[in-house]
Design a protein around this ligand. Structure first.
Ligand code: 6PG
Length: 618
């Protein structure tokens, strides 16, 4: 519903808003944030569109202040949109003229909600000191966009001079993916220090400047910023190391991809996922705390960056790569693995070949044991590795699927992820492409505190930036007669995200807790569900572990995953761990029946590892 109020007052706008909210039963206003947009007339329509799209991804109410002609009589024109016309929210567009253009805060204050956060966004020109500005002072976060400024480098210097906690800039948000790719490329062997770095981009590219600042601050090495031709955007980053450089180079086919190459491994084609305006804004709306990494890049790193001359010069000096690395785009899966490089040469004779294949198969199926001190250390370590794995999967394949577990370790891993979110260590743009599933669920009504998903929520799953539509909960219910229907609906949801004919999406990692009887998911020793070969999901009745009714993935569904990680802590699990590691596909030990296609890892604490022979810390 759209209501126009020409030549009105703030009081009348408030009254009309309350009336309309009553009428259409608009969104619950309690916890929602208010996005205040301050924009000139010529950017207004686009700003409203972008804000509206962003708030579909992250609900917020929107107040747009359009600064009209500052001369002449003061006047306020308002337009209110609620319900379907306002996407996921309500939108109030206020056009200010004359004297009122200098009192944006007075106009907007009566429209704010008590105790609810405010974020202010300047899509175009922003005041030099946004935190000191009237609109900025009332905001928890202030979003600017240096790319929209006439002179981006000057704009960044202003942002640095006046930086206050809560400031951010969309030029920074747009390079999230580049940062993630560079960071993860340094996290794998060889762990050599970076001796210098060069970021190459067109001159007016504040994102490239911030990227260079981030590298200078994080790597503490000389960083140069080379200039490419206008219109080329962010071209490349080279990180020099003694053993050879890491190069991230945008491909020139307009495909929003880059090649990532480093000494000792095949170049990979990676997706850049450059966020559009609404996506970048939605990303920023997701957090209310200060972005300390941005602050360090802007205020401490950027002043250390030196000019690297033109791109041609930088290439000639060997400081920047010539272009994207050649990759075989027809066979992407062959590009993703460092293991390929470490493979011993394939044998030639038939017998050798047979032996070689068997050896490889044995290696591939042998479980890997990683021991950490205690349950907390274990939860943290698994969360870190999971984050890395997920972000790599998104970089390589554009998406990732993870199955969570219930039980004590399910909560520990989720709370480890929530800690990473608080540390700012999760690459948020990547997590938006992540799908979360559950290996099993206790069949209880949604929200029941004994459900695995409710316990994951309580452990902090809502802080992990996975989209609600990508969080695939197992349907619940109170009536055991509805169990089969929940099983079927979960199977349909899995199939919806799968590449037919497979009934399950390609799960990158399946996490599994292990019971003292060596059960995994809701697959208990000696039970018939272990024999299933066809369906992806099964009902489990009379479970030995309460509650009695459960929904579980079957063995074939679990074993189709790339990686299966068994996560176990506590002395009561020591026997089950040792016995399962010794056995293979023994239905009395369900944990011995699960293995990933590429990897099976037992993540255990010292107590759980106590009976494993020759255990080593991982
Ligand atoms: C459940 C689980 C189950 C769990 C193990 C281990 O629904 O209970 O999914 O498979 O992971 O029982 O649980 P603990 O870590 O709590 O021992």
């Amino acid at each position: 519903m759209i209501r126009d109020l020409p030549s009105t007052s703030t009081r009348d706008v408030v009254k009309e808003l309350l009336r309309l909210r009553d009428g259409v039963g608009a969104m619950a206003m309690g916890r929602v944030l208010t996005l205040v947009v301050s924009v000139e007339e010529d950017g207004a329509d686009e700003a409203v569109r972008t804000a509206n799209d962003a708030t579909r991804q992250h609900p917020a109410r929107i107040i747009v202040l359009v600064r009209g002609n500052a001369r002449g009589r003061g006047r306020l024109d308002a337009q209110i949109r609620v319900g379907g016309d306002a996407g996921a929210s309500e939108i109030v567009v206020l056009r200010l003229y004359g004297e009122l253009t200098r009192h944006e805060d007075a106009v907007v204050t009566p429209l704010l909600l008590p105790d609810s956060p405010v974020v202010t966004w300047w899509p175009g020109d922003a005041p030099a000191d946004v935190a000191g500005d009237d609109l900025g002072r009332m905001a928890h976060r202030r979003i600017t966009d240096a790319l929209a400024a006439a002179r981006p480098p000057t704009e960044l210097r202003r942002r640095a001079r006046h930086y206050a906690a809560g400031d951010t800039d969309l030029a920074w948000t747009r390079i999230t993916r580049w940062r993630a790719l560079l960071a993860s490329s340094l996290e794998s062997a060889p762990f050599e220090p970076v001796t210098s770095a060069t970021v190459t981009a067109e001159a007016a590219h504040p994102g490239a400047d911030l990227l260079a600042g981030w590298l200078a601050h994080a790597l503490r090495c000389p960083v140069q910023r080379a200039r490419s031709a206008a219109g080329t955007g962010l071209v490349s980053v080279r990180l020099d190391r003694d053993g050879g450089p890491v190069d991230l180079v945008r491909t020139d086919d307009g495909a929003d991809t880059a090649t990532l190459s480093r000494e000792g491994s095949l170049p990979r084609l990676v997706a850049l996922h450059t966020p559009g305006p609404a996506e970048a804004l939605a990303d920023e709306l997701r957090r209310l705390d200060a972005d300390e990494v941005y602050a360090a890049a802007l205020c401490e790193g950027l002043p250390l960056v030196r000019s690297g001359g033109s791109r041609t010069d930088a290439v000639r000096r060997g400081a920047a790569p010539k272009g994207p690395a050649p990759v075989d785009t027809g066979d992407r899966t062959s590009l993703d693995s460092d293991r390929l490089d470490r493979r011993p040469p394939a044998p030639t004779g038939a017998e050798d070949l047979q032996e070689h294949v068997e050896q490889r198969l044995a290696e591939a199926t042998r479980a890997d044991l990683r021991v950490h001190a205690d349950k907390d250390a274990l939860g943290t370590a698994v969360a870190r590795e999971l984050a890395r794995r997920v972000e790599d999967a998104v970089a390589e394949r554009g998406t990732a699927h993870v199955a969570l577990t219930g039980g004590s370790m399910g909560g520990a891993v989720v709370s480890g992820l929530a800690d990473l979110v608080r540390e700012g260590a999760l690459e948020r743009a990547s997590w938006r492409q992540v799908h979360v599933w559950w290996g099993d669920e206790r069949f209880l009504p949604a929200g029941d505190p004994d459900r695995n998903d409710t316990q994951a929520d309580a452990a902090g799953l809502d802080q992990v930036p996975v989209l609600v539509k990508h969080t695939h909960r197992v349907p619940g219910g109170a009536d055991p007669a509805r169990l089969e229907s929940a099983v079927a609906r979960y199977a349909v949801e899995l199939a919806r995200w799968a590449d037919a004919p497979s009934p399950v999406p390609e799960l990158d990692v399946v996490l599994l807790g292990v019971g003292p009887d060596a059960h995994v998911a809701s697959l208990f020793p000696g039970r018939d569900e272990l024999d299933l070969v066809e369906p992806a999901t099964t009902a489990v009745r009379d479970s030995p572990k309460p509650p009695p009714s459960r929904v579980s993935l079957t063995l074939p569904a679990i074993n189709a995953a790339r990686a299966v990680w068994l996560v176990v802590a506590g002395p009561d699990k020591a026997e089950a761990v040792a016995a399962s590691l010794d056995a293979t596909d023994d239905h009395d030990l369900p944990a011995s029946c699960v293995h990933g296609r590429q990897e099976t890892v037992w993540w255990v604490d010292e107590a759980a590892a106590a009976q494993v022979e020759g255990q080593t810390r991982g």
